[in-house]
Design a protein around this ligand. Sequence first.
Ligand code: PEP
Ligand code: MN
Length: 344
Amino acid sequence: MIIVMEPMATEEDIQRVVRKMESLDFKIILNRGDVMTVVAAIGDKKLIDPSSLASMEGVREIKLIQEPFKLASRESQKADTVIDLGFGVRIGGNNPPVIMAGPCSVEDNKDGLLKTAHAVKAAGAKVLRGGAFKPRTSPYDFQGLEELGLKYLAEAREKTGLLVATEVMDSQDVDLVADYADIVQIGARNMQNFKLLKAVGKINKPVILKRGAAATVREFLLAAEHIMHNGNSNVILCERGIMGVDTHFTRNTLDLLAVPVIKKYSHLPVIIDPSHGTGRRYLIAPASKAALVIGANGLMIEVHHDPDNAYSDGAQSLTIEQFNTMMQELKELENVIYKTQTTK
Ligand code: PEP
Ligand code: MN
């Protein structure tokens, strides 16, 4: 790390910092400029809290030389991570975008789920999404069918050949959910539930990690790091909108630039959830198109056989017909993107 001293720092201030770092076995390189002194300290960052260092007398600021996420970083792996999701579907790198679609919640209408599953499969989706464990703001809202919902999802997989992605909310349920799901999802509200991140780090199923509504990209990547550090490197990052200033017209603010930003600093695949990202049905198609153009590796879209009567998130769910139309448009767009990539 680099410790920049104040121009007014005394020699005693500088030596206090040097002694502290040397006592922790850091190697010190002192650069005494005309205006200020810079201390480069090389060693094990775990041993020191940079914020306590920053508050020492005479210290102006601390700069970390390396990003704090390691396994998730481009520095540790140059090539894009490609994850085999099953059924021959691969996500990441130059693979075509993987479309994940399905209802917000798995409801007590199995036929409705199967109807949606068959329809999204026919339109080109590869993954069926649907929550059996639902994180709801109010305890009076539908909380999910839990294991019964997982059973419905597994039946939909049997009948359609779609892979299944579903959320786990509690570390105690990780094995249960992983038994049914092909991809385990960590929701935005749990992005920093470190016990849960640790638990999904120990399974051998891919994990979709959704960005917290108030999380920076760095915090997002550090959450992924927790999963990878515990042994599971198959992490798919999902941008799903962050809190913005306008909640009148949109539910969240979809941070599309998170895609190229993450891709610069990390090798992990990134997908976009335009349903939660916008909260409005009419914004899903434009947001999805923009997501593909900006380089997303996939989309997660809420689709319901009867959105007006959905138990959750109907307003941000496409009808089956709307999904069909959008998928046609996305295929045309994909061809254009592919052509521009190959002629570059
Ligand atoms: C979901 O995908 O069903 C969900 C609850 O999304 P988020 O965690 O992004 O709010
Ligand atoms: Mn939802």
